[in-house]
Write a protein that binds this ligand. Structure first.
Ligand SMILES: Cc1cc2nc3c(=O)[nH]c(=O)nc-3n(C[C@H](O)[C@H](O)[C@H](O)COP(=O)(O)OP(=O)(O)OC[C@H]3O[C@@H](n4cnc5c(N)ncnc54)[C@H](O)[C@@H]3O)c2cc1C
Length: 499
């Protein structure tokens, strides 16, 4: 089967493997350029990690539930798809952090937990006087410290500039919650792009964080972008993230409608089994058919992408990325009026050393998103607990760094752990009798973390794939995890391919 009608030159055709957000965006870029495009998705569901599930009669996000507003990329895409009016800010109350010595409000002015001001009262409460003092030394350190050419982990940068209390009490819980990894294994340039450049520009880490926060407000409030139609609340809050009324999965539904309207062929339940270079393009084999096209975009997880391409491009074999940690999400819909007051704001991030809690984060979704609370009504709440994080090298579960190995396994075990953890983290007893519905979603290796040297590996992968001008690889494993990075990167890659 050709991605073009029989007898047509393959030049104007493309196959995209993977129907996650990156694959759908790649297809959209091709279709906009008039390229006849087919998307092959292995599972029945579209959207990959931007999925949905039904729990107690509610349709909820089963993976991503928000997007970073450090740039306007996702807001602009949503606006292009007619969703500008659906962009919403989370409740400004913010989240909490569970520390070994108890819960604290998480300072709202940070990037990845790194504070914009060490003397902000919330920061001071979390760090203590000595911790804030040490963090404020950042302002007098040379701007070159931590901004050299060497690959720098999040922990190396934060420890050098602001000290270990900021790292342990603010950054590790946020990084664990967002990236399911220890800050010592994460490449700071991938998870906080522009931050090191910001230190050179503004003189200190705190100033760079403050500038990024101002940028987040500006990016979503700018009069030029289509995102201007979104709620005034989001602009005022300068929130680091935003969501969509109805859930992030509505973005996938809108993208699919857009692709259908543009005539893209969408084939779900159709895993690509092999990829071959042909004289005039690429041949992709599935269980049912083969697809020939002039251009190919591979938009699947890193190890799977290398697996598909290494026969044709053996140089890729050594660049296979590590799979991310396995993450399990337990969603509880509970009838508990005691939660109407949102006792821990929008949720709780758990510091790795916190005793007695297995979850790495709890999102109180009905406290975070007003639209969801309107749907459930008072007394009914949606709680989402996540399990599994990649440890620091050499860490053991006992040392507090290896949550994944200690994580509960069966659905029933996860459910029981979620009840115990929700009770501990919210300070409100949550029992099985309060539960109106629950679900477990497992994401195997779906959060590839940007480990040290990631940038160089990505550059190497991309240059090998780009060599003959007909192949591109896209997705979170290359652009950096998260919708903001993928939405900015994917169209760029396809445009390069088309040019
Ligand atoms: C639990 C969870 C919560 C998250 N929360 C957020 C959040 O709140 N905000 C945020 O910005 N980001 C979040 N992320 C990250 C974000 O969702 C991902 O970075 C992003 O969705 C990845 O998109 P992708 O297209 O690169 O890959 P994926 O979504 O993994 O899509 C890849 C697709 O390829 C398909 N595929 C694989 N092999 C084949 C094959 N051989 N043939 C055909 N198809 C194949 C897969 O079935 C899948 O659909 C979260 C991720 C997870 C797992």
């Amino acid at each position: 089967m050709d991605a073009a009608p029989a007898g047509t030159d393959l030049e104007g055709t493309a196959v995209v493997i993977g129907g996650g957000i990156s694959g759908l965006l790649a297809a959209r870029e091709f279709a906009r350029a008039g390229v006849r495009t087919t998307v092959l998705e292995a599972s029945e569901a579209w959207g990959g990690c931007v999925g949905n599930h039904a729990v107690a009669g509610l349709t909820l996000d089963s993976g991503a539930e928000s997007f970073a507003t450090r740039t306007a990329a996702v807001a602009d895409l949503a606006a292009e798809l007619g969703l500008a009016g659906e962009i919403v800010a989370p409740n400004p109350g913010g989240a909490w952090v569970q520390l070994p010595d108890g819960p604290r409000e998480l300072p709202k002015t940070g990037v990845l937990g790194i504070p914009a001001s060490p003397w902000d009262p919330e920061v001071r409460r979390s760090l203590g006087l000595l911790g804030s003092l040490r963090a404020s030394i950042d302002a007098v350190l040379p701007a070159s410290l931590g901004t050299g050419a060497e690959a720098t982990s999040v922990s190396a940068l934060v420890r050098r500039r602001m000290g270990s209390r900021v790292l342990d009490r603010l950054v590790a819980p946020v990084v664990g919650g967002v990236h399911s990894a220890d800050p010592s294994v994460l490449d700071v340039d991938m998870v906080a792009p522009g931050l090191r450049a910001g230190i050179r520009q503004h003189g200190s880490l705190a100033a760079a964080v403050a500038a990024q926060r101002r940028g987040a407000a500006g990016a979503t409030a700018g009069p030029a972008g289509p995102a201007k139609a979104q709620s005034a609340g989001l602009q005022k809050a300068g929130s680091a993230v935003a969501g969509l009324r109805g859930g992030m999965h509505t973005l996938v539904a809108a993208l699919l409608a857009d692709l259908r309207q543009r005539g893209v062929t969408l084939l779900n339940g159709t895993p690509a089994r092999s990829v071959q270079r042909t004289a005039d393009g690429w041949r992709v084999a599935t269980d049912q058919a083969t697809f020939d096209a002039g251009r190919l975009v591979v938009a699947v997880e890193g190890p799977a992408a290398v697996g598909l391409l290494e026969e044709t491009l053996p140089e890729l074999a050594g660049l296979r990325s590590d799979a991310g940690p396995d993450v399990s999400l337990v969603t509880l819909v509970v009838d508990l009026p005691a939660l109407d007051t949102a006792p821990r704001g929008t949720g709780v991030l758990v510091a790795p050393q916190s005793p007695g809690v297995q979850a790495k984060a709890l999102t109180h979704a009905t406290a975070k998103w007003a639209w969801l609370a309107e749907r459930t009504g008072p007394g009914r709440h949606v709680l989402r607990l996540s399990y599994g994080r990649a440890a620091a090298p050499g860490a053991t579960p006992e040392s507090g760094g290896g949550g994944a190995a200690a994580a509960p396994r069966s659905e029933e075990e996860l459910f029981r752990a979620a009840l115990a953890d929700a009770s501990a983290l919210l300070g409100v007893s949550v029992s099985a009798a309060d539960v109106a519905g629950w679900d477990v979603v497992r994401w195997a290796g779906a959060l590839p973390f940007a480990s040290l040297g990631h940038r160089q590996r990505v550059a190497a992968v991309r240059s090998i794939c780009a060599a003959d001008g007909t192949l591109a690889v896209v997705g979170g494993w290359l652009s950096g995890n998260g919708l903001a990075a993928i939405v900015a990167d994917t169209p760029r890659q396809v445009r390069t391919l088309l040019s």
